[in-house]
Design a protein around this ligand. Structure first.
Ligand SMILES: [Zn+2]
Length: 151
C-alpha cells in the first residue's frame, strides 16, 4: 500500500537529500583534496564547533568529511564501493562545458580519474559526467543533465 506522504494526517514531503558525511582515513589529506575540488565549484567550508568535521555547503545541501575513529580495528577497514555503504556521491553542474572544465581541473591536480567525461544516455537524454576517486578510493562524480549549449 502506498501512503503518499500522509500516514497520520500530517502531510510530509522531502525537500531532497540534505547532507552526506564520509569517514576518511587521512583527515588532513582528504580536507586538502576536497578543498581542491569543491571550493572551485562554489562550495563554502563550514566547521562545527566541538566536532572534527569539515562541511562543504552549497545551497541547501552539504558534504561532510570526518576522520575515521582511531581504534585500530576500525582504522584498518578500508573503503570499497563493492561493500555495503556509499557507492558514489554526485555533484551536478548546470552546463556540460563545466563538466569538461572540471575534468581539466582533475588533470591539472593529478586526481585519479575513473571515467573521463562522456554521455550516459541510459540515465538521461543529455546526461554527461566524469567519475574520479578521492584519497580513500571513494567514487565521486560531476555531472550535467542539461542539453549542451553553444556559448
Ligand atoms: Zn551517479
Amino acid at each position: 500500500m502506498l501512503f503518499r506522504g500522509s500516514l497520520f494526517g500530517v502531510s510530509m514531503k522531502a525537500e531532497g537529500i540534505d547532507h552526506v558525511e564520509l569517514r576518511v582515513s587521512h583527515y588532513e589529506l582528504s580536507v586538502r583534496f576536497y578543498n581542491r575540488i569543491l571550493l572551485p565549484l562554489g562550495f563554502k567550508k563550514v566547521h562545527i564547533k566541538g566536532e572534527t568535521v569539515t562541511c562543504y555547503v552549497k545551497g541547501r545541501s552539504s558534504l561532510g568529511i570526518r576522520p575515521v575513529k582511531k581504534r585500530k580495528s576500525i582504522r584498518n577497514i578500508s573503503y570499497s564501493y563493492k561493500r555495503a555503504g556509499i557507492h558514489h556521491v554526485a555533484i551536478s553542474v548546470g552546463a556540460r562545458r563545466e563538466v569538461d572544465e572540471f575534468y581539466r581541473l582533475l588533470l591539472a591536480e593529478k586526481i585519479k580519474v575513473l571515467y573521463p567525461p562522456r554521455k550516459y544516455s541510459r540515465y538521461g537524454r543529455w546526461y554527461y559526467s566524469v567519475f574520479f576517486l578521492d584519497p580513500d578510493g571513494i567514487d565521486l562524480e560531476v555531472l550535467c543533465w542539461n542539453m549542451p549549449r553553444a556559448d
